[in-house]
Design a protein around this ligand. Structure first.
Ligand SMILES: Nc1ncnc2c1ncn2[C@@H]1O[C@H](COP(=O)(O)OP(=O)(O)OP(=O)(O)O)[C@@H](O)[C@H]1O
Length: 361
């Protein structure tokens, strides 16, 4: 296995008695696009700032290519950072902004210009080379900021919510610009965001944090399909969560008893023991809706429709069980066409035991 480009080994950060990042172990591989995601205040930016050398860890070691960098000042690290506010120099024009870091590294005038021009071309902003920063749109500024960071060809680029100030359409366009750039250059990107769609559309791996702690690391698909903790399932919002207690059904199969009913688990309950508290997680896309009770009564639940929401090609239908549990089901319009959907009407919802998984409480 290749040595990781970056490793956090037991890294913690405290501000006074407040723990912003708890003992963290994290490895970042060369050439990957890693997104760090989580709700406000969970420690994403602090993690990134420690990697950039803008904040010193209170504990633990951060390594870059095997070398401990805790004591290396930010300016001598190969870890430039792009943030939402961009921090472009207002007194320099576009090309001077891009040339700046090369100048700081003592690169000669002609070579500086040549490399800066190449990056302006690549970011499709060559026509604005002589403009003042104040005369650019948000998206154009974003491209200047990226060109300015990438012109030094760093090993790793740190991005802190770089798209959050852009409007929705531009955000989507810049996502593909960023993803393509990362792929073409092979530069490792570490991208902090609270947006699930940004993280999941661009990243190779996603880190989900809560209260200074890593809850899960995985590919977008792994995290979406198999959230490992109740927090992750809640945070992603696309799972139905049934809190309950592990038990066995009449046939001795592993099951979970919940206020909305008892449900069978595939795979012997994934090693859990009866009596243990746990939650059953079922993705909203894995639930079936029936008007008549389905013949196979396993994992079926009666619920009243309480609302619907249409987003593009799919619809999310909301239900409530007799025990007051809300259930969401996502389907395409074709799949819903034959159902007499109406708010207030009762339906039968079902899922295959293989489509449910457990998380500890
Ligand atoms: N310099 C500081 N002094 C004291 N507390 C700080 C400092 N910097 C950050 N914190 C606290 O540490 C916690 C984590 O902050 P951080 O900026 O890493 O969160 P975040 O996940 O990036 O949040 P957001 O999405 O809101 O930017 C927060 O509670 C914050 O108030």
């Amino acid at each position: 296995m290749q040595e990781p480009l970056v490793s956090f080994e037991g890294v913690a950060k405290r501000f006074g008695s407040y723990v912003a990042v708890q003992k963290m172990d994290l490895q970042i591989h060369k050439g990957e696009f890693l997104a760090i995601m989580g709700s406000s205040g969970c420690g994403k930016t602090t993690t990134l700032r420690m990697l950039a050398g803008l904040e010193a860890p209170s504990e633990g070691v951060i390594r870059l290519a095997g070398q401990a960098i805790n004591d290396l000042p930010s300016w001598s690290r190969d870890t430039p950072m792009v943030w939402q506010s961009l921090a472009l120099f207002p007194f320099l024009n576009v090309i001077e902004n891009v040339e700046f870091a090369l100048k700081m590294r003592g690169i000669g005038r002609a070579e500086r210009r040549r490399r800066a021009e190449q990056w302006l071309e690549r970011m499709q902003i060559a026509e604005f080379a002589d403009r003042n920063i104040a005369q650019l749109s948000g998206g154009q500024r974003q491209r200047v900021a990226l060109a300015r960071s990438l012109v030094v060809e760093p090993e790793i680029l740190l991005l802190d919510e770089p798209l959050s100030a852009l409007d929705a359409a531009l955000k989507v366009r810049m996502q593909s610009v960023l993803k393509n750039l990362q792929r073409e250059t092979g530069i490792t990107f570490v991208y902090v965001t609270h947006s699930q769609s940004e993280a999941f559309s661009m990243a190779d791996r996603v880190v989900i944090m809560s209260r200074g702690k890593i809850e899960q690391i995985g590919t977008p698909q792994e995290i979406y399909r198999t959230p490992r903790t109740r927090f992750v399932a809640d945070f992603l919002g696309s799972s139905n969560i049934f809190p309950g207690q592990l038990t066995r059904d009449a046939g001795g199969r592993a099951a979970i008893a919940t206020p909305s009913g008892d449900f069978v688990l595939a795979g012997g309950g994934q090693g859990a023991t009866p009596g243990q508290a746990a939650s059953l997680i079922v993705l909203d896309t894995k639930m079936q809706i029936h008007f008549q009770p389905p013949p196979d009564a396993v994992n079926t639940i009666e619920a009243r429709m309480i609302g619907e929401e249409f987003i593009g090609a799919t619809a999310t239908i909301y239900f409530e069980t007799g025990a007051g549990q809300e259930i969401r089901v996502q389907k395409s319009h074709e799949e819903l066409a034959d159902l007499p959907l109406a708010v207030g009407r009762s339906f039968h919802l079902s899922w295959s035991p293989a489509d449910g998984h457990l998380v500890p409480e």
